[in-house]
Design a protein. Structure first.
Ligand code: ADP
Length: 454
C-alpha cells in the first residue's frame, strides 16, 4: 500500500503516542490500584483490631459485645469466630465463603465468586478471634471506570496528535507539492526555459527549488547547444555538398578543361569537408570524454619547429614571414605530440590565414617559454586582428568573426585547440586588436592519460 509522507507521519505519530501514553497510563493505574489496596488493607486491619477490644467472655462463658461495637462500617464487615473458625457473633455477607480457615495477622485476598475479599484475622487474648473483611468490588469498579476513562482520553489525545501531525506535515509539504506541480508543468510543456518559484524562506525547500532550477538551466543549455551544434554542422556540410554537386554538373556537361577545373574545385571542397568531419568527430569524442591521449615526454620547442616547417610553404605563398624566435629554455611536458602539434599548427595556420594583405611586411612569430612541466607557446601576427566584441566568442564552436573572410575556415580550430590545451592542464589566451594583429598564447602542462569532458 502506498501512503503519502503526510499519512505515514500521521500514522507513526498515532502509533507512537498510543504506545507511549498507553504505557504511562498503565503505570499510573497500576500505582493508583496499589495505593487503593494498601489503604483498604489498613482500614480492614484497624477495624479488626478495634473490634477485638469491644468484646469479651462473661462469667458464663458467653461472648459479650460492648454497646458501641461496630460490626459494619465503610464496606468492612466484622465477625467473631471461635478457634475452629465457626461464627460466634455477626454474619458473613452472602457471597463470602464461610469455610475460610483462620490465618492470624495475614493480609489475604479470597476469591468469593462475584468479587474478591480482603480478609484479616486477629486473635484476642480471651481465646476468640475477630475477622474483618471487605469486598474489592467498589475498588475494582472504580479502577475499571478510571481505566476506561483514561483509555478514552489516551486514544482521543493520540488521534488529536496524529491529526495535528498530519495537518502540520500537510502545511510543511505544501511548497513541495507546489514544486512538483510546477516541475510537472515544465516537463509536460517541454519548457526547459521556465523556472520554479524559489520561496523566500532560505530553507530546504528553497534549496531544492534552486537545485532544480540549476538542473533545468544545465539541461536547457545542453539541449540548446545540441540543437545549435546539429544545425551548424548540417549547415556547414550543406554548403560544400551543394558546391560539389554544382561542380559535378558543370564537369559532366563541359569540355575537358572545364572537367579538370570542376575536379579541382571538388577536391578542395572535399578536403574542407574532410577537415570539418574530422574535427567534428574529435570534438564529439572530446566532449564525451572518449578522446584518449598518448602521453609521452615532449620537447615543445621541437614541436613548434615541426609545425613551422610544415607551414613554411603556405606562409611563403601568402607572403608572410614565419619565424620561430630563439629562446634559451626548451620546456618539456608530458603530453600527446599529435594533439599539441595540431594545436600549434592551428594557431600558426590561423595567423597566416588571417593576414592583412594591405600591410607590406607580414609576419607570424612563434615563441616558446616556460620550464619543465609547463610550456607557453605564443603565436603573434600583424594580421587583420579581431574586433574586441568578438574576442570572447572565437573559441566557440563554428564561430567565425566574418565567414566571408578566410573561406576555408570551418570555425572549429580554436575550439579544438582550447580543448587540447585544457586536456594538457592549461588553456589559451588571446590578445588582439582589429587592424593591428593578434597574439594567441597557449599554456600546456603535464597531461594525464584519461581526460575529463571538455
Ligand atoms: P576557422 O576555421 O574559421 O579559422 P577557428 O576556430 O580557428 O576557425 O577561428 C575562429 C575565428 O577566429 C576565425 O574565423 C577568425 O575570424 C578568428 N581568428 C582566429 N585566429 C585569428 C587570427 N590570428 N587573426 C585574426 N582572426 C583570427
Amino acid at each position: 500500500m502506498k501512503l503519502t509522507v503526510r499519512a505515514r507521519l500521521g500514522a507513526s505519530i498515532l502509533i507512537i503516542s498510543l504506545v507511549l501514553m498507553g504505557a504511562a497510563m498503565v503505570t499510573v493505574l497500576h500505582s493508583y490500584r496499589a495505593i487503593g489496596l494498601r489503604d483498604a488493607w489498613a482500614r480492614v486491619e484497624d477495624m479488626a483490631r478495634d473490634a477485638e477490644d469491644d468484646a469479651g467472655y462473661d462469667s458464663r462463658g458467653r461472648l459479650v459485645l460492648d454497646d458501641d461495637v461496630v460490626m459494619y462500617a465503610e464496606g468492612i464487615t466484622v465477625v467473631y469466630l471461635d478457634e475452629n473458625g465457626d461464627l460466634l457473633r455477626g454474619a458473613y455477607p452472602l457471597s463470602f465463603p464461610d469455610d475460610v480457615a483462620l490465618a492470624i495477622g495475614e493480609d489475604r485476598r479470597i476469591n468469593g465468586g462475584a468479587s474478591h475479599w480482603l480478609v484479616y484475622d486477629v486473635a484476642a487474648n480471651d481465646g476468640f478471634y475477630v475477622r474483618a473483611l471487605m469486598s474489592t468490588y467498589e475498588l475494582d469498579s472504580g479502577f475499571y471506570q478510571m481505566a476506561l476513562i483514561s483509555g478514552g482520553v489516551v486514544v482521543l489525545f493520540a488521534v488529536l496528535m496524529a491529526i495535528s501531525a498530519w495537518a502540520m506535515a500537510r502545511r510543511a509539504f505544501r511548497p513541495v507539492s507546489e514544486l512538483t506541480r510546477h516541475a510537472d508543468s515544465i516537463r509536460g510543456g517541454g519548457q526547459l526555459g521556465a523556472r520554479l518559484p524559489v520561496p523566500d524562506t532560505h530553507d530546504e525547500i528553497a534549496r531544492l527549488a534552486e537545485t532544480f532550477n540549476a538542473m533545468f538551466a544545465r539541461l536547457d543549455e545542453s539541449f540548446r547547444a545540441e540543437r545549435q551544434f546539429t544545425s551548424d554542422a548540417s549547415h556547414e556540410l550543406r554548403t560544400p555538398v551543394g558546391a560539389i554537386l554544382a561542380q559535378c554538373e558543370l564537369g559532366l556537361l563541359g569540355d575537358d578543361a572545364e572537367r579538370l577545373q570542376a575536379l579541382e574545385a571538388i577536391y578542395q571542397r572535399a578536403q574542407h569537408m574532410s577537415t570539418l568531419v574530422n574535427r567534428l568527430l574529435m570534438l564529439a569524442r572530446a566532449e564525451q570524454g572518449r578522446q584518449t591521449l598518448a602521453i609521452e615526454p615532449l620537447d615543445v620547442r621541437q614541436l613548434c619547429g615541426f609545425a613551422c616547417e610544415s607551414l613554411e610553404d603556405s606562409a611563403q605563398e601568402a607572403g608572410v614571414k614565419l619565424e620561430l624566435l630563439p629562446g634559451g629554455d626548451a620546456p618539456t611536458i608530458n603530453g600527446d605530440s599529435a594533439l599539441v602539434v595540431s594545436l600549434i599548427t592551428n594557431l600558426i595556420g590561423n595567423a597566416i590565414k588571417y593576414r592583412d594583405p594591405s600591410k607590406p611586411e607580414r609576419y607570424v612569430r612563434v615563441s616558446v617559454t616556460g620550464q619543465d612541466g609547463e610550456a607557453r607557446v605564443s603565436v603573434a601576427d600583424n594580421g587583420i586582428g579581431i574586433p574586441e566584441e568578438h574576442l570572447g566568442r572565437v573559441f566557440d564552436r563554428f564561430y567565425r568573426v566574418d565567414s566571408a573572410r578566410g573561406g576555408e575556415g570551418v570555425g572549429l580550430g580554436l575550439c579544438l585547440s582550447a580543448w587540447i590545451a585544457r586536456a594538457h592542464g592549461g588553456g589559451i589566451n588571446v590578445d588582439s586588436r582589429a587592424g593591428e594583429g593578434s597574439t594567441f598564447t597557449a599554456t600546456l602542462r603535464n597531461a594525464r592519460a584519461e581526460q575529463s569532458r571538455s
